[in-house]
Structure formats: structure tokens, C-alpha cells
Design a binder for this molecule. Structure first.
Ligand code: CA
Length: 714
């Protein structure tokens, strides 16, 4: 719409709203309201040109190394840039070019897309910016206005991992399950479709769409809550649904959607469909331009507990699997299941990358993934055949993967049907959503690995509670994770030999995705607030800069004119600082979202940190009985711990309840059950938590407010 036409429409609407005879001073007031900034045709033309990405361009992305055209830069998602202006000999001269405030205090996980000097970036609550990539200046901003109460349906923060740009459109999946295409010129919606099969179910979208030959691929999250997983293909022109692939079979009485699901149903027992089965596709979707296949990473079971999910056993296909499907219609070509009969939230949604490697003297076309379960997999991507699976952390649940059957051999140490079991890795995995990078110069895969054990305990009183967490495990005895049992590192993995070449230990487990460059460098942000550059061949630390907040998103690199930039969307958050507050506090950062861009010779400074909040007011008196406080702890762990931190210690993202203001204590019931803070992301729990239970939770929080971070032993 032209500017004049927009003003006319605004005036018309104002008259219509006021009604006949209402003319007078009000009319003039309306006309004098500051008009929307006139769109600059030159900027719009620049934006439109920048979004003119198509499949042919991404296939030949190396012909335009100045750009970062798709999520993993190239379809094979190696996150290796041919740019080498910034290299091992001059990286020390890297300085801050600009910092753009993203106006958020929630986790930032997105990969920016950069084309011809324009950056398209998503943020928490699925907002999108178009920015000038050389200055950070905003060109437009889009807010899908996700209802903040939806935060309750997101297991792992209200993050978004990125947009896809194609044919003049910018496509984003929203936390509340819509797929939206924006006109790249204006940032206005071109189309918007509901991807949810059932809007009453707690599905979310946090992953980045991928677009190939006009088809947009997207899946969703929600398997902690008890849903059925699927992924879909949409027409980028109009948002029409082209096909959908369910990852687990539904109720056999209703028939199966495909032969692949009929086959999968033979690996399930009992009435698995009643709690959805799980298998959500919340992150990795990778296109193989050579074989014309789409690879899809499938998530954990719903519930986690396999005895509840499929009581007579079975592998439960296609949970925790990598699927190869035809992008035209979703026909299954091959599958490989990393964790048969998943019992621990061991998703295979983690980032996948494609490469051509020489292994034992033979050239192989491989797919590589380090899923949560602690093994680094190299698969033949033509056939799905397992080439190797080697532990990248000290995983205790399986001794090894049997190379004849391709199956892991469980140790029994992770069986929690009797006593609770402390298992390595825990539910966050040995590696999570943070993207990996591969350097063809070194032949190494770089990723951030975590030592993060989890306590699993059978929920003997399990009852399905629609809309709540339904894992079939109880967190009743989960304390916060002791920081000293945690560790994390940048791992340089040799995929041809199945072992690390080098590793750099970090402050703790929750760190960032990786960028590798032809400058012989590997870039990684850290949870304790730095952006660092390492020498790709031996891991020597060459450069670091403060970010002023924890960094978890992967850096990208691009150039504008003659200058190469390294940029990262910084902002502490994601799953870890929500549930593991005490350990996350060790990072010593707060959550401030900002896009940081670095270039050689720049001397920019970070904005000063926000003033410290005033010290908390003293908590209310502790009046509850020890018995009630213990009951309160179980309830707290069940309903509050995953976001507000086990042990009631906040990790710097959502409020630390021990430091709640007197008003919060006074309005406890109205907040917890009445939903009066839903607009801030704290929706009502009245569906699951009674008034008496809310009081017990309050008693536990008050007790914790009188103690230090470390609760005294029971
Ligand atoms: Ca999960």
C-alpha cells in the first residue's frame, strides 16, 4: 500500500470508528498522530533484492562467500565460510563494530541470514528484524504477538533459532505454532498458516524453517507434554500445505497415514497413542542437494518412561531417529534409530551436517550428528548405513554401539524402574541444539559438548495431565544440579577416526554454536559472556571479547563492501539457566539480548551494564511445618522447577522466586492460579495446582528464601 493510501485508510477507519456526527476536535487529533515513517523506496528495493534467495543460489553459495544465505550457510550445513580476511594472523585486531539492542531478556538462539548487506534475524517470542548488516540499524521489525501465556507450553525458553529467506519472503515459525511469511520489502505478513493439528495441544515452534524448490519444511516441539510428532511441507508462495509426515503411528483403529507408519506400529505396544507417543521435530532439517533427500531429526518419546509408553517393549519407531525422506512428497527412503526404546529424552533432533569424507581410505558421503545420547554418529547418507558411533562424552547408559546390528548396548545403569538412577547424560544431553561446524581444512567437526548428569525416577503415581509435563518420571527428589558435577567444552572431533583431536574446557556446560572459517579459525561464544576465536587445527585461544551476557547462538560471518564481519546474536537463556539455576549462576551473567558484530580495527565499546537491581526485601516469615514444606518441594519440582530452577535458585533468565517482592508473596494465589501475570509469561496453573497446593509451593519457596543457594541436606 502506498503511503497516501495508508493515510486515507487510517482516516476512514477513524471516522468509521467514531461514527456519524462525531466530527470535531477528535478528527483533527487523529490526523495529527505521527504517521508511520514513509517507506524509502530505495531501502525497499534493497530489501527485496536481498531476499531474492532461491535454491540455485544456496546450492552455489560458495560463489557468493560474502553472504550467509541459509541456516547452516550451505545446504550441507557445515557452517564453514570461505572468507579469510580475518585469519589466525590478524584476529587479535578484531574489535566491536556495533551492538544492536534486541530489547529482550530471554534466550537468544538464532542464526542470522545475511544477504547483500541486509541481515534477517529472529529473536525470543518469534520476533523478526531486518537490519543493515554493516551498521546494525533497524530496517523493519515484525512481532507476531505470540500470547505470552504460551511460554508455559515451551519446555526450554521462548527461543527462536532463525528465519529462512526465499523468493522475496522471510519465513518464520512462531512459538504458538504458526508459519508466517513476511514480505521482505516491508516486514508485513504475506501469509500465515496454522501448523498445529490440534490447537488445544501444547505444540510450539522454535526451529528454523528450511526452504528448497519452493517448499518450506517445519516441525515443532512439545514431546515433554505428551504430543504426537510430525513435520510438514508448505508452498512458499501461498502457505498451502503440501504434505505432512507423522513420526510415530497413531491409533491403529483409525488407519495409518503411510506404509512407513504401518511398519512403525509393529514396534509399539499397549495404547501408546493416548499420550501422543512423542517424536517431535523441533530443530534439525537438512537438505541433500546431491541426493535430493531431506534428513529429519526426530525427538524423544511421550512420555519419556518407556514402560508407560509401550509397556510390552519395542523400539518405538521413529523416535530418536534420523529419517531420509523425499522432499517432493515425504516418502521415507531410509531411517536410522540412534536410541531404540528411548527412555531418557535422548532426542535425535540435534544439528546434522553433510560432508564427503575419506574413511579408512574410502570416499564416503556422510551425514554426521552428535545427538543427546552421547555418541557421535557417522552415517552413509545414501543408504543410512552406520559407519561409526563413538562416545563424545562419558555416557553411562550404553557401553557401545554394536556395529553389526547398529544398535546401542544398554548397560542397565540407566534403568530407573526400581531405584532412581543418576545417568550420564541427563535430559539436556551431551550436546543439544547448538549448531556444529566443519572445516574442510582440518577435517574436524567442532561442537559444544556437555557433562550434565540427570536423575531419573519412575513416577509410580503417573496420571496423564493434559497440557502439563507428562514424562512418566518424577522430579520430586531432584535438587538442583551441583555445579561441581558439570563441565562443558569445545570439542574438535575427528569424524574419520571417531575421537577428539583437541578440546577446550569452558566454565560449565551451556555454551554456543560454532562457526569455522577459511581463515583457519573457529569462533564460539560462551555462557560466561565471551566471544572467542580459536586456532582451528590445535585449539589455541587467539582472541576474545566480552559480550556482556551469556552467548549460546552460533556466530556467522559475512562481508559488506571490503570488510569481513563476525556477528553473533548474544543473550543468555535456553533450557539450562531455567532448570539448573544454581549451576547457571556460576556463569555470572544476566540475560541481555544484543546483536554483536566485530571487524578488524574496530574499537566499539559495549553499552554499560544495567544498574544492579535493589537488594531483595526480606521474605515472609517461615510458618509452615516441615512436612508441608516437603510436600511443597515435590509440587514445586513438578510444576515450577523446569523454569524457575530446581532448588528454587534462578539462573538469571526468569525471576528467582526467593527474591520475590512483597507484592508477589501477597498475590501468590492470583499469580499462580489466577494468571494475573500471564502477559509476562507466567500463565495460570489452576488446571493442575489447587489452592492448597499453591500454598504448599509457596511455603517451600519461602523456606528456600531463608536459606542460601545450597539447600541444607534433608
Ligand atoms: Ca525433549
Amino acid at each position: 500500500m502506498r503511503h497516501g493510501a495508508r493515510l486515507l485508510l487510517a482516516l476512514f477507519l477513524s471516522l468509521g470508528a467514531a461514527g456519524p456526527g462525531a466530527c470535531g476536535p477528535g478528527e483533527g487529533t487523529q490526523a495529527e498522530k505521527p504517521a508511520e515513517k514513509a517507506p524509502d523506496p530505495a531501502v525497499q528495493a534493497r530489501l527485496e533484492k536481498a531476499a531474492s534467495v532461491d535454491t540455485a543460489r544456496v546450492k552455489s553459495a560458495d560463489a557468493e562467500p560474502q553472504n550467509w544465505l541459509s541456516y547452516g550457510r550451505t545446504y550441507d550445513e557445515q557452517r564453514f565460510s570461505p572468507l579469510d580476511q580475518i585469519n589466525a594472523s590478524n584476529v587479535q585486531e578484531l574489535g566491536l563494530a556495533f551492538a544492536t539492542d534486541l530489547l529482550t531478556d530471554r534466550g537468544v538462539e538464532a542464526t542470522p541470514i545475511v544477504v547483500d548487506g541486509v541481515m534477517f534475524l529472529s529473536g525470543p517470542w518469534s520476533v523478526v528484524w531486518a537490519l543493515d548488516a554493516a551498521s546494525g540499524e533497524e530496517l523493519w521489525f515484525y512481532d507476531p504477538k505470540v500470547p505470552k501465556a504460551y511460554g508455559q507450553k515451551a519446555c526450554c525458553d521462548v527461543v527462536n533459532r532463525g528465519v529462512a529467506v526465499y523468493g522475496g519472503k522471510v519465513v518464520v515459525g512462531t512459538l504458538d505454532g504458526y508459519l508466517v511469511a513476511l514480505d521482505a520489502k516491508t516486514g508485513k505478513e504475506a501469509w500465515r498458516v496454522d501448523t498445529l493439528i490440534d490447537r488445544t495441544q501444547p505444540y510450539t515452534i522454535t526451529g528454523a524453517p528450511r526452504i528448497v524448490d519452493g517448499r518450506v519444511f517445519i516441525g515443532n516441539g512439545g514431546a515433554e507434554y505428551g504430543v504426537r510428532g510430525y513435520f510438514s511441507a508448505y508452498d512458499v508462495n501461498d502457505g498451502n500445505l503440501l504434505w505432512r509426515f507423522f513420526t510415530v503411528p497413531g491409533d491403529p483403529a483409525k488407519g495409518f497415514e503411510s506404509p512407513a507408519l504401518e511398519a512403525a506400529a509393529k514396534t509399539w505396544t499397549g495404547e501408546w497413542w493416548k499420550i501422543g507417543g512423542g517424536g517431535t521435530v523441533w530443530d534439525s532439517l537438512v537438505y541433500d542437494a546431491e541426493l535430493d533427500l531431506l534428513y529429519v531429526g526426530v525427538g524423544n518419546g511421550s512420555p519419556w518412561n518407556r514402560k508407560l509408553r509401550s509397556p510390552e517393549g519395542g523400539d518405538n519407531l521413529y523416535l530418536s531417529s534420523i529419517l531420509a525422506v523425499k522432499p517432493q512428497d515425504g516418502t521415507l527412503v531410509w531411517h536410522y534409530q540412534t536410541t531404540p526404546a528411548d527412555n531418557w529424552d535422548y532426542t535425535a533432533t540435534q544439528p546434522m551436517m553433510l560432508a564427503d569424507l575419506v574413511i579408512h581410505g574410502e570416499p564416503r558421503k556422510v551425514l554426521m550428528q552428535a545427538p543427546k545420547n552421547g555418541f557421535f554418529y557417522v552415517l552413509d547418507r545414501v543408504t543410512g548405513e552406520l559407519i561409526s558411533a563413538d562416545k563424545y562424552i562419558l555416557a553411562t547408559w550404553a557401553s557401545h554401539v554394536d556395529m553389526l546390528s547398529g544398535r546401542p548396548v544398554e548397560t542397565g545403569l540407566a534403568d530407573y524402574m526400581g531405584a532412581p538412577a543418576l545417568v550420564m547424560p541427563g535430559a539436556p544431553g551431551g550436546h543439544n541444539w547448538q549448531p556444529m561446524a566443519f572445516s574442510p581444512q582440518t577435517g574436524l567437526v567442532y561442537f559444544t559438548a556437555m557433562d550434565l548428569p540427570g536423575l531419573y525416577e519412575n513416577d509410580v503415581d503417573f496420571v496423564y495431565k493434559p497440557g502439563a509435563w507428562n514424562t512418566g518420571t518424577t522430579f520430586a527428589h531432584t535438587t538442583d544440579v551441583p555445579p561441581e558435577s558439570l563441565a562443558g567444552r569445545l570439542l574438535a572431533w575427528d569424524p574419520a577416526r571417531g575421537r577428539p583431536k583437541w578440546a577446550v574446557e569452558h566454565w560449565g556446560p551451556w555454551n554456543a554454536g560454532i562457526l569455522a572459517t577459511a581463515g583457519g579459525l573457529v569462533f564460539e561464544g560462551t555462557g560466561d559472556g565471551f566471544v572467542r576465536a580459536f586456532k582451528a587445527d590445535d585449539g589455541a585461544l587467539l582472541w576474545q571479547a566480552p559480550a556482556g551476557t551469556g552467548v549460546i547462538a552460533p556466530p556467522v560471518t559475512y562481508s559488506v563492501g571490503t570488510e569481513q564481519y563476525v556477528a553473533v546474536a548474544a543473550g543468555w537463556g535456553g533450557a539450562f539457566p531455567l532448570f539448573a539455576g544454581r549451576a547457571a549462576k556460576a556463569a555470572g551473567v544476566t540475560s541481555v539480548g544484543r546483536l554483536l558484530a566485530f571487524k578488524l580495527g574496530a574499537t566499539g565499546r559495549l553499552p554499560p551494564p544495567d544498574a544492579l537491581p535493589p537488594p531483595p526485601e526480606p521474605p515472609p516469615l517461615m510458618e509452615a511445618s516441615a512436612e508441608d514444606i516437603l510436600k511443597g518441594r515435590t509440587l514445586y519440582n513438578t510444576y515450577c522447577g523446569v523454569c524457575h530452577g530446581f532448588g528454587a535458585v534462578g539462573g538469571g533468565v526468569v525471576p528467582d522466586l526467593r527474591h520475590a517482592a512483597p507484592q508477589t508473596h501477597a498475590q501468590w494465589q492470583e499469580i499462580v492460579r489466577g494468571g494475573i501475570r500471564a502477559d509476562g509469561g507466567m500463565a495460570s496453573f489452576a488446571q493442575w495446582v489447587s489452592e492448597a497446593d499453591a500454598n504448599l509451593i509457596h511455603a517451600y519457596v519461602i523456606k528456600r528464601a531463608h536459606e542460601g543457594d545450597v539447600p541444607p541436606p534433608d
